[in-house]
Design a protein around this ligand. Structure first.
Ligand SMILES: [Zn+2]
Ligand SMILES: [Zn+2]
Length: 287
């Protein structure tokens, strides 16, 4: 490809794990893969509409949307994003893919805003946003969608107590990109990510959560959940090594709003177990 701009780009829109909304710093989770100028959005954490605009992706360009699992840091702005694309311009049709529950979530969201939507259709002559989106639900691993530019597949990962938590793999002509979603250490994810150019993997820093837990009344329970459902840096590196990827990108940082944790601290565990390129993700970073 030489000097040419890559036709497949990865842009991190929000890199903070968890649903807490902060004043500044990392935004809630969302990742964008752009293939031949078509955006494919993975997850809709709070703030995703604004983040897309900041990344120079006009909302009416949104065409494909993927949800990894039904934790709110990944789907809170699913309905509002579709609404925003509708109210902002004249979007094309949107295909939304994700685990069971996504269709009901879309229907419930349109009900939540029924008064506004029905008013605007009559008063402003708008089209019906309920016809804008087609939801494709699935329960199992496999190929999710294929078009001329890309094949998208899903793999079940380990994120208890949620059973339907998926990673996605985008195989485009020039690059393969895997997004882990939320998961504990999952060797099957390494198999799924075999030979990918880029693996975007979630990460949890144990000393950081210990500091956070000291302040919480539900600390014991929360610690158990975090340990069973997320991946420590050394294990993230192991997955990248087993998969043989070129580049490992850390994202979905837990804790995501502790500015005292340095990039070096986030990366050093992964660098012990993976000798390829390790990138500590930042919001709006392009890979
Ligand atoms: Zn999450
Ligand atoms: Zn989650």
């Amino acid at each position: 490809m030489g000097q040419e701009k890559k036709s497949t780009r990865v842009i991190l829109l929000g890199t903070k794990g968890g649903p807490r909304v902060g004043e500044a710093g990392r935004s809630n989770p969302s990742t964008l893969v752009v293939i031949n100028d078509v955006p494919y959005l993975i997850d809709c954490g709070y703030g995703v509409s604004k983040r897309l605009i900041t990344a120079n992706v006009a909302l009416d360009r949104l065409r494909y949307l993927f949800i990894t699992h039904h934790h709110s840091d990944h789907n809170l702005e699913f309905g509002p994003l579709i609404y925003n694309t509708w109210i902002t311009g004249l979007p094309a049709h949107i295909d939304a893919y994700g685990p069971t529950g996504l269709a009901k979530m879309a229907a419930d969201f349109f009900n939540y805003l029924k008064f506004d939507i029905d008013t605007r259709i009559v008063d402003e002559g708008r089209t019906d946003p309920r016809k804008l989106v087609t939801v494709h639900e699935f329960n199992n691993a496999g190929v999710v969608m294929v078009n001329d530019d890309v094949k998208v597949s899903a793999c079940l990962v380990r994120h208890p107590p949620i059973k339907q938590a998926f990673a996605y793999r985008f195989d485009a002509k020039d690059r393969s990109v895997v997004i882990s979603g939320d998961t504990a250490y999952a060797p099957e994810l390494a198999e799924f990510a075999k030979g990918a150019d880029v693996l975007v993997h979630e990460v949890m820093y144990l000393p950081g959560i210990e500091a956070l837990l000291q302040r919480l009344p539900n600390a014991k329970r929360l610690r158990e959940h975090l340990m069973a459902a997320h991946t420590l840096p050394e294990d993230v590196g192991k997955i990248a090594t087993q998969a043989g990827v070129k580049t490992l990108v850390l994202s979905h940082f837990v804790p995501g709003d502790d500015a005292s944790i340095t990039d070096q601290q986030w990366a050093e565990g992964a660098r012990k177990t993976f000798k390829g390129q390790v990138i500590v993700g930042k919001d709006l970073m392009e890979i």
